[in-house]
Ligand binder design. Structure first.
Ligand code: TYC
Length: 101
């Protein structure tokens, strides 16, 4: 190859695929005390009293409320931890996860 030849250039695109995200969903029920739901949201999701109260009331009125969005592992770990807090206190409180589109 002479000095004047142009090298074929290969553009390297950096791989920056984002991990899929999952929503944690709070599901309403008729038995868990409101204040208990607020305490679980504060403890597991590090929300303020005001944020927790709003999320709890949204689930209470509409049936479900999105609590937060995380990578799959974190979403599942937090949903299980929050549901277990309810079970240990004898409540049917339930958190689920679902993938974002
Ligand atoms: N509906 C419950 C009550 O009236 C309170 C509640 C709110 C429970 C949200 C679960 O996800 C929930 N005691």
């Amino acid at each position: 190859m002479s000095d004047t030849d142009t090298k074929p250039t290969t553009k390297i695109e950096p791989k920056t695929e984002r991990p899929k995200l999952y929503r944690v969903i709070l599901v309403n029920d008729d038995y868990t005390p409101r204040e208990f739901v607020v305490e679980v949201l504060k403890a597991v999701f590090r929300m303020t009293e005001a944020q927790s109260y709003r999320v709890m009331m949204t689930a209470h009125r509409r049936g479900v409320c999105v609590v937060a969005v995380f990578t799959r592992d974190v979403a599942e770990t937090k949903a299980t931890a929050a549901t277990d807090m309810g079970r240990r206190a004898g409540h049917p409180l339930t958190f689920t996860t679902e993938p974002e589109e």
